[in-house]
Design a protein around this ligand. Sequence first.
Ligand SMILES: [Fe+2]
Ligand SMILES: [Fe+2]
Length: 226
Amino acid sequence: MDKMLDVREMAPKDRHPRIFDAFKALGPGESFILINDHEPRPLLYQFQAEHDGEFEWWPLEQGPLAWRVVVAKREKSGPHRTLTDFFQTDHRRLDAIFDRFKDAVRVKKFEEAASAFREFRLGLTRHIKAEEEILFPVFEDKTGMHDAGPTAVMRMDHKDIKELMDKIVNAADAKDEKTATDGAQAIFNILADHNMKEEHILYPETDSFLSDAERAQVIKKAQTLP
Ligand SMILES: [Fe+2]
Ligand SMILES: [Fe+2]
């Protein structure tokens, strides 16, 4: 279980210092879940300015009542981060949430399953957005492959995945376990192949076109997506 840092009851002026103290106290690879009552955007900017390349920032919930985000200290920190590493780390993280969801379904803990699925859906939706709006355009511009290249195939997978996620949410609301489980299996099947192609072809190729500074810019933009 991740450590929690709930700053909602703290005086606003104390919040940032407490959060940065908690971050400094983390060992490499450790994390906490920050809980706040508003979008912690200024905080993210401060992390990017003061701890560039040292942290992960993965939103789990984005309002309207609570904002939760995983803040982690990277195992290996430094300015030379590849996009492959950034997006692959997010794949592994989402896989782990998806496992939590499937385990909860298996033992019929549906509340837990629903909450894990909400985290998975938010994370994967943001991941797809970062790929389609930030990463793929770099690949497409550098290679000139727009409609017929690998990104076109990835975009089609994304569309299927998003439709399946909507279907699962509707099935869960209707307590239709069979449709939800079949949908989850279908997403799992698409992602296994999809992620492998991205990790082995698309991400490394895109990395090869960019400088360290440009890669860092892509990661910053991906973190700040709404
Ligand atoms: Fe993708
Ligand atoms: Fe991906």
